[in-house]
Each structure stands twice: as structure tokens, then as C-alpha cells.
Design a protein around this ligand. Structure first.
Ligand SMILES: [Zn+2]
Length: 311
């Protein structure tokens, strides 16, 4: 009986269908970087999705009355709220999202989160290629699980930054997920800052960060995808590190080839400012992560200094 009463209300108030709300919810998740807060009254997301459907005041506020038998009382829930919840619940049942109770265990936040399956669906709805996952910073439950694993792992005493079991890089679904987890974990651990210049910059979408996760020992040399073989670097410093313009000594002090090789007059300049001047300074140190366990591995740093750095 309850179903038909709710169904009637949905019809009377010309509410969107649950399927339409499900699709909209997936897109809202995508636009919010893969996570949105649990629905509650006055929560911005509740209004945002209502705006997408141009719901009028009555549609947003009309209340559904249900009898809560356990406590023998009447529960009043806004119909729109109930519809949103039903859509979220249905997406969770079909494994397109994780429920706030499930996400809580992973992130300590009560949020709805996209799964890889839901992420694929959101891309499909926008006619975007699945390859976009490699560059878009959208969170998914599976990737966040890897982030957690990487961040919480204790560094083994006999840590080896090389993965010699890896012969040829084969791109599998698993290895792509691992890479995305590596990138996300490293930039989170360094607080979204470049560890050389401290640059922290976010795009207007509040999702995309300027900073990138760099391997100290590159993949092509069998470097591992973990925090001890990673650095968070801005694009300029990522490039300069990869081509060997600078490296670090064992005390994480920056050493630079710019000290011995003078830059050409017109190189490294932005207007009158030499953008690379700080690399010439002898007292520049890597900005280490807060937790000692997350510090870059010295063997990996030494390898970079000997093999990539150009004196
Ligand atoms: Zn930088």
C-alpha cells in the first residue's frame, strides 16, 4: 500500500522518474570528483540536482507521510528527498555507487562514492572515452582502496624500489587502477604541493590539481608504484627532474646542474624573472611529507642522482 501511495504522490506532483534521477545522480557524482555528501535536508547537492530538473517549490517541499511502526509514529520525509535516496539506493544495489555507510569505512566520511562501474557509466552518458580515466582526477571506491593501502603500508626494512618481477609493462585493468591509486596517494601525502617549490594550485572545477605524481625511478627502469618511489611535483619541476636538471643528495638537499652550466640568456625567463633561479640556490631542501614513513627512499634518490641527473 505504501508503494502505491508514494507512486501516486510522484505522479500527482509530476516528479522525474527514478531512472532519470539515477542518471542525473551519476553525472552529479562525476562533476563532484566522484563523491557527494549523504542526502540530508538543506544539503547543497539535494538542491543542485533539483535545479537540474527545474523542480518548483512545491515539488521540492511536498512531504510524504509514513507510519514508522517500530515506534508507532508518523515520519514525514520530503518526497524529493525520498526519490533521491531511492535512486542512490538502486545505484548501490547495482554496484554503480557505494552507500555512505560503506564509504565511511574507507574514508571516514558519509558520502556516496562512484565505483569503477559507475565511473564507466558516467563517461558513457557523456559520450566520453574510458581512456579519460587516466587523466581525470575522479575518485572511485576501488582507487581509494589502493590509496588507503599505499598510505597505510609500513616501509619494509629491506625495501627495494625496483620491481624486477616486472618484465614488460602490460596495461591491464589492474595495473591501470594501481597507477591511478599511486598518483592519488602521492599527491595526497604531499598535501597537493610540489615538494620543490611548494606550489599548490587547483582548477576552477575544484577537482583537478596542477601537481603531478612523479616516479623517482621511472617505470621503464622497473621503479615501483609506491610512495617511497614517488614525489609530488609541479609540471615544471616534474619535467626538470625527469630530464636531470636537478636531483637530491642523501639528506634530501637539492643539487642542480644549473650551478655548473650557465643558462642561456633567454632560457628560464618569465618576463624579467628567472623562473629557475631557486634551483641554483644551494640551500634548497625537498619538502618532506609529515609522516616519516612516507619519506622518499634514499636508494631510489641515489639511483636518480647517478643515472638521470646531469652534472
Ligand atoms: Zn614546483
Amino acid at each position: 500500500m505504501k508503494e502505491s501511495y508514494e507512486g501516486k504522490m510522484l505522479q500527482n506532483y509530476d516528479m522525474p522518474t527514478r531512472y532519470q534521477v539515477e542518471e542525473n545522480l551519476l553525472l552529479a557524482l562525476f562533476n563532484h570528483g566522484g563523491v557527494i555528501k549523504e542526502f540530508s535536508k538543506n544539503e547543497e547537492i539535494v538542491n543542485e540536482i533539483a535545479d537540474n530538473f527545474n523542480l518548483n517549490e512545491k515539488q521540492r517541499t511536498v512531504v510524504l507521510e509514513r507510519i514508522y511502526k517500530k515506534e508507532d509514529r508518523i515520519v514525514r520525509t520530503p518526497l524529493w528527498h525520498r526519490l533521491l535516496y531511492r535512486a542512490g539506493n538502486s545505484l548501490a544495489t547495482t554496484k554503480f555507487v557505494t552507500r555512505p555507510t560503506e564509504t565511511l569505512k574507507l574514508t571516514n566520511k558519509t558520502e556516496w562514492m562512484l565505483t569503477e562501474r559507475g565511473y564507466d557509466k558516467a563517461l558513457e552518458l557523456q559520450n566520453m572515452s574510458p581512456d579519460c580515466k587516466e587523466t581525470l582526477p575522479i575518485k572511485s571506491f576501488e582507487v581509494q582502496k589502493i590509496v588507503k593501502k599505499i598510505s597505510e603500508r609500513q616501509k619494509p626494512r629491506s625495501y627495494n624500489p625496483f620491481d624486477k618481477t616486472k618484465k614488460v609493462e602490460i596495461f591491464t585493468k589492474k595495473s591501470r587502477l594501481r597507477k591511478r591509486g599511486f598518483r592519488q596517494a602521492v599527491i595526497e601525502i604531499y598535501g597537493y604541493r610540489c615538494c620543490v617549490c611548494g606550489l599548490k594550485l587547483c582548477a576552477p572545477d575544484k577537482i583537478q590539481w596542477e601537481v603531478q605524481a612523479a616516479h623517482i625511478i621511472p617505470h621503464s627502469y622497473f621503479g615501483k608504484d609506491d610512495v617511497w618511489n614517488g614525489l609530488s611535483l609541479c609540471r615544471l619541476h616534474h619535467w626538470a627532474f625527469d630530464v636531470g636538471l636537478f636531483s637530491f643528495n642523501e639528506k634530501f638537499k637539492l643539487i642542480s646542474s644549473l650551478n655548473s652550466k650557465a643558462l642561456k640568456n633567454d632560457h628560464g625567463m618569465i618576463f624579467d624573472f628567472c623562473f629557475l633561479d631557486h634551483l641554483k640556490e644551494s640551500n634548497c631542501f625537498l619538502m618532506l611529507p609529515k609522516t616519516k614513513n612516507h619519506r622518499p627512499d634514499v636508494t631510489a634518490i641515489n639511483w636518480h642522482r647517478k643515472n638521470v641527473f646531469s652534472k
